[in-house]
Design a protein around this ligand. Structure first.
Ligand code: NAD
Ligand code: UDP
Length: 318
């Protein structure tokens, strides 16, 4: 345990992929953690190893309804993040982002608590500026199949900045770019989990479109480190701030890496590119580097190996 002053901290979406890693890190730093989740995409299994800790509390709750707890800080991560999950019930996705933000912001205002928002690179849409800097306003379809997520997150950002201006709330808005690692949902359709699970099962890797679209992948430990540095940064650093790995790969390159690291003989099967799928995405992290002294440390090969080990064990247990 290090010597941070102990705080009571609420993590919404705490039983999800990123949330469970964040809860772990906060507990390890000596804080009391309340993890709130409705288990839509998260699971008790992700946090079961923390349930015995007296400083950890798990609450089943949907953030679209008001929440009454007493805490010093709030991390708002509740929202399905993978396209198949957020498109499953798009109305609920928008409600989670927008009503959820209103509820946690109201809570933060009552408590005078500092509040973090897990925003996303999706606020840039299918960007016309590359790499994306925080002052780019984006290129977003307001009525497409990704809009429930993209516009929901954009509206949440608006709410955070209006609470900041109108009510002087201490806000921290991070735009998170594609992050991967252990505890990703094996069926959530995201590219890293899909390719690894397919490779380990020896079934074809589903490459959408011609595979020339790019993403940049940040390992979960690096991302959580960035989030925590941001939350601890001076009050006037509100964001938005990009957190992600600036090393860009095409999806073809990702298939090659996964096949090499798993030693799999799986074939590649081309499938249609989903609509509104961004063609390029890569963060400019100049601000995070200078303001937080942060940049990702984990090379893709290393992070992929950890993730492959995780899924390998998970599949053996099935
Ligand atoms: P995830 O789906 O694993 O986690 C989301 C969690 O929120 C789940 O545990 C889910 O059950 C919970 N949840 C969903 N709706 C809820 C509701 N109405 N009330 C309470 N809980 C609810 O996804 P993740 O990858 O861990 O993403 C966490 C956050 O980070 C999300 O807000 C996401 O938009 C953001 N983000 C993630 C990435 C990424 O690459 N992982 C990138 C950009 C932004
Ligand atoms: N993708 C793919 N095969 C898959 C899943 C995704 O080729 O099995 C592609 C997808 O079309 C996109 C990229 O991988 O171009 C990243 O997709 P993901 O859903 O992981 O994240 P997002 O599109 O939200 O960045």
């Amino acid at each position: 345990m290090n010597h941070e002053q102990s705080k009571r901290i609420l993590v919404t979406g705490g039983a999800g992929f990123l949330g469970s890693h964040l809860c772990e890190q906060l507990l390890a730093a000596g804080h009391d953690v309340i993890c709130v989740d409705n288990f839509f995409t998260g699971s008790k299994a992700n946090v079961s190893h923390m349930l015995g800790e007296t400083r950890f509390e798990l609450m089943r709750h949907d953030v679209t309804f008001p929440l009454y707890v007493e805490v010093d800080q709030i991390f708002n991560l509740a929202c399905p993040a993978s396209p198949i999950h957020y498109q499953h019930d798009p109305v609920q996705t928008t409600k989670t982002s927008v009503h959820g933000a209103i509820n946690v912001l109201g809570l933060a205002r009552r408590l005078g608590a500092r509040i973090f928002q897990a925003s996303t690179s999706e606020v840039y849409g299918d960007p016309r500026q590359h790499p994306q800097t925080e002052d780019y306003w984006g290129h977003v379809n307001p009525i497409g199949i990704r809009s429930c997520y993209d516009e929901g997150k954009r509206c949440a950002e608006t709410l955070f900045f209006d609470y900041h201006r109108q009510h002087r709330l201490l806000i921290k808005v991070a735009r998170i770019f594609n992050t991967y690692g252990p505890r990703m949902h094996p069926d959530d359709g995201r590219v890293v989990s899909n390719f690894i699970v397919q490779a380990l099962k020896g079934v074809p890797l589903t490459l959408y479109g011609d595979g020339s679209q790019t993403r940049s992948f940040c390992y979960v430990d690096d991302l959580i480190d960035g989030i925590r540095r941001f939350m601890a940064a001076p009050d006037d650093l509100t964001g938005p701030i990009n957190l992600g790995n600036p090393v860009e790969y095409t999806m073809i390159e990702l298939t090659e890496k996964v096949l090499e690291l798993t030693g799999s003989k799986s074939e590649i099967r081309h499938e249609p590119l989903p609509s509104d799928d961004p063609t390029r995405r890569c963060p400019d992290i100049t601000l995070a580097r200078s303001a937080l002294g942060w940049e990702p440390q984990t090379p893709l090969d290393v992070g992929l190996k950890h993730t492959i080990d995780y899924f390998d064990e998970l599949l053996r247990r099935e």
